[in-house]
Design a protein around this ligand. Structure first.
Ligand code: DUC
Ligand code: ZN
Ligand code: ZN
Length: 453
């Protein structure tokens, strides 16, 4: 035995109770009342504190070439910040090159991540080319322990409807889980051209060119294809009310449709795009109106949102400034990797949802949907990815207090009630009272099980 966390309130999605947790060799080996330490075991008193599973952020873009630059957090900075926000597993998107086997895509990105990661990590593969036998390499990726793929309906690396459908069919056959970034590319293109030609170039027109229906229509279309194949589909960063309704309807009809939303859609509204610093909030899909935000919170409470993840993709101020006079030149993306779990837990502390619900959304459901068998739950045999949370510690988010490499954050000044005080990654302390105490290279590549297992 290496570590005992004593007297904390253990929170899983279905129950919470006071007990001790014992850890050996990175695993939880006992959860019981009054576990007695043996010589040399570190004992941490968690009386009055919550003891939570580490969060799993299934949506990040680290060191991502995008928008004419590369996102500001690489694998070390991003996972360091994750650890400091209680996130102990980070999923990144490995985007396929044209003509590249999908296992090679994973290996190419893993060569960057492996020496740098401070917490455990996994990949989804962003698919863009399925010609020849590349489609079959989806099955190779599943067998390699990477059973999840993403298609984009927008961007120059997006796929057309036919390719998306083929990918869905193949995933059904080989046990893959498909995620989709759903927005209507044609309408965005047309509206963008129109606004630019009218001299409407501020960040507000980023929202105006991608309003609610642009996302909803794509959600509905993507869901209808998954339904036609009776296969599963996971909608990333769901941000609009009509899309939520489409997900609810599909779930009610018995289809395996999952949805994820992100903290920025739950906290901010489209009004941020009218601010002088509106460009800093530019991400896609854009943040929507109050009605959509309310619908997201209601869907969380009903169980129609399955996961919270970040879409963490920060850029530096000078890069955001490229779009001062032209919203199309603003690199899309914002920071959140260190804020997701504290923000959701603070929402629980304020009574918006329960702590158990937050653990379900941020830990248990991501582990279940994406096949992380050893993560997301505090029970004997699981990895000792553990967060100690002080419900009484107040925190105001500032760029200085965060642990990323970005130079600004959209979360600046947001007040949280309660905050993580320690994070353990497989039993190793990686965050201690405000400080990162982990190391690059500690994080392991997590191979996962497929839906067909
Ligand atoms: N949206 C963003 O805002 N950034 C990264 C990729 C994406 O889909
Ligand atoms: Zn996206
Ligand atoms: Zn994304």
């Amino acid at each position: 035995m290496d570590l005992i966390i004593k007297n904390g309130t253990i929170v899983n999605s279905k129950e919470s109770y006071v007990a001790d947790i014992a850890v050996a060799d990175g695993k939880i080996v006992s959860i019981a009342q009054d576990i007695q330490p043996v010589d040399g075991v570190k004992v941490v008193d968690a009386s009055g504190k919550l003891v939570l599973p580490g969060a799993i952020d299934v949506h990040t873009h680290l060191a991502m070439p995008f928008g004419g630059t590369v996102s500001a957090d690489g694998y070390f900075a991003g996972t360091r910040a994750a650890a400091c926000g209680g996130t102990t597993t980070v999923f990144d998107f490995a985007l396929q090159d044209f003509n590249e086997n999908l296992v090679d895509t994973v290996k190419r990105r893993d060569a960057l991540a492996s020496p740098e990661a401070a917490v455990d990590y996994a990949f989804h593969v962003g698919v863009k080319d399925v010609h020849g036998d590349l489609l079959d390499s989806m099955e190779e990726a599943v067998n390699f322990g990477v059973p999840s793929f993403k298609v984009f309906m927008v961007y120059d690396f997006g796929v057309d409807d036919g390719v998306f459908y083929k990918v869905l069919e193949k995933a059904k056959e080989c046990g893959g889980q498909i995620s989709v970034h759903a927005e209507n590319k044609e309408i965005i293109g047309m509206l963008t051209k129109r606004y630019l030609s009218e001299g409407k170039t501020s960040a507000w027109y980023h929202y105006k060119s991608r309003p609610e229906f642009v996302e909803a229509e794509a959600d509905e279309r993507a869901i209808s294809w998954a339904k036609s194949l009776n296969t599963s589909l996971y909608i990333v960063h769901l941000a609009n009310k009509a899309g939520v309704e489409a997900v609810t309807k599909a779930k009610d009809e018995g289809y395996e449709i999952y949805s994820e939303t992100c903290p920025h859609y739950l906290h901010f509204t489209k009004e941020v795009y009218k601010r002088e610093d509106g460009r800093n909030f530019v991400c896609s899909p854009p943040i929507k109106g109050q009605e959509s935000q309310d619908a997201l919170w209601e869907a969380i409470r009903r169980g129609d949102i399955d996961t919270i993840a970040t879409d963490h993709c920060p850029f530096q101020s000078y890069e955001k400034d490229w779009g001062i006079d032209d919203f199309t030149k603003i690199p899309n993306g914002c920071a959140a990797i260190e804020n997701m779990y504290p923000y959701m837990l603070s929402s629980a502390n304020e009574g918006k949802v329960s702590y158990q619900k937050v653990v379900e959304l941020c830990c248990e459901n991501p582990a279940r949907i994406f096949g992380c068998e050893t993560k997301g739950f505090l029970s004997v045999g699981k990895d000792a990815d553990i967060v100690i949370y002080d419900t009484k510690k107040d925190m105001t988010i500032t760029k200085e207090a965060m642990h990323s490499d970005y130079d600004h954050t959209i979360w600046e000044g947001v007040k949280l009630h309660g905050y993580p005080i320690q994070t353990y990654s497989r039993g190793r302390l990686v965050f201690d009272n405000g400080d990162f105490v982990g190391e690059a290279g500690w994080g392991k590549f997590i191979k996962r099980v497929s839906r067909k297992k």
